[in-house]
Design a protein around this ligand. Structure first.
Ligand code: TXA
Ligand code: MG
Length: 317
């Protein structure tokens, strides 16, 4: 179905209906969520899901998150638990993904979970995402809408730049407000924080009434999907820069002299919302190195530092 350039869909009932129609025809539709833009396909259609991996150039062992419009439909596909109920009631719709055991009779394509007997599910809060999911009716598999390993998209233009004619349509719903991907919590055995994100570790601990285990990077690399070099701009990335070297592109935080400032007032929410867009913008200037001010390692800063450390990680090839 790939045409030379993707359809641009408006953020209207007509646009949402067209998105659902394309999804039903095994198409790839990029749409905004509150975290980042997703590259959506019918999660129950093997061929559609395979097209996601192909379009992103994604290693097939890196599984996908399935998005739903409502909890009733979502629950048909996973084995629900009391902890899932507690987290769902507190944070859904919102930037949280839960990894649960797959229901034996779920029609979700096994390609979605790359052979695991679990499925990552999420109920996004973004109005346009919900409208598309409602119009479609079933689960939509959607990784971030960028080529594998590159910076995640927070604007429709980022999707066009990264995936262009590899998608059938892009729904333009403006800028994503959270700006980093959803927090992922595994609920297979005891709750484990698998990826830091829009909901912080402290929030989760408060809701669960106890400390939550955190999967550390060394283990995470060997686990599916937690590839180390990721979110990578073309330029090299230098972290925790307290001064600038000549010629560097300077991404600041706080009261510093720089090219772009994630948040002059050291507001981590504002910094997360700007993060990927500013990396895209500095990278587009074509310099060799992007240097980045230290970001406090607390609250949303943990998710920001996770993405930055992957952007700075040694690259393959
Ligand atoms: O905010 C988000 O989560 C965005 C928007 C579009 O919803 N999506 C997103 O998807 O970030 P993606 O594909 O870039 O990241 C999905 C992550 C991967 O790290 C993958 O390994 C993990 O979810 N994942 C998916 N299914 C899993 C499973 N069954 N078990 C463990 N991890 C899983
Ligand atoms: Mg991604």
């Amino acid at each position: 179905m790939n045409q030379s350039s993707p359809e641009t869909l408006s953020d209207t009932d007509t646009g949402h209906a067209r998105a659902a129609e394309l999804l039903r025809a095994a198409g790839l539709v990029a749409f905004p969520t509150e975290t980042v833009y997703g590259l959506g396909a019918d999660a129950s259609d093997d061929r559609a899901v395979a097209r996601i991996y192909e379009a992103k150039g994604r290693p097939s062992f890196n599984p996908l998150i399935v998005h739903f419009a409502d909890l009733e439909t979502l629950k048909l596909h996973v084995v629900w638990t009391p902890e899932a109920e507690l987290l769902a009631q507190t944070y859904w719709p919102g930037p949280l993904t839960l990894v649960l055991k797959r229901q034996a009779d779920s029609p979700i394509s096994p390609l979605v979970s790359a052979g695991l007997d679990t499925i990552a599910v999420r109920l996004p809060a973004h109005r346009s995402a919900r409208a598309v999911l409602r119009a479609f009716g079933g689960g939509v598999a959607a990784p971030s809408a960028n080529q594998s390993g590159q910076i995640s998209p927070t604007l429709a233009q980022h999707v066009m730049d990264s995936l262009g004619d590899r998608v059938d349509a892009v729904l333009d719903g403006g800028a994503c407000t959270v700006g980093v991907e959803s927090t992922i919590v595994g609920l297979i055995d005891k709750p484990v924080l698998l990826r830091p994100g829009g909901i912080t570790e402290d929030q989760l601990a408060q809701t669960l009434g106890h400390h939550i285990a955190v999967r550390h990077k060394a283990e995470a690399i060997s686990a599916p999907g937690q590839l180390m070099s990721h979110y990578a701009p073309d330029a090299l990335v230098r972290l925790n820069a307290t001064d600038w070297e000549p010629g560097e592109l300077r991404l600041g935080f706080g009261e510093v002299d720089c090219d772009l400032n994630l948040s002059k007032t050291e507001d981590l929410v504002e910094a997360a919302a700007h993060l990927f867009d500013y990396l895209h913008r500095l990278d587009a200037r074509g310099g060799k190195v992007i240097a980045i001010s230290p970001i406090p390692h607390e609250g949303l800063g943990i998710a920001i530092n996770d993405r930055l450390s992957r952007a700075a990680a040694p690259r393959e090839g």
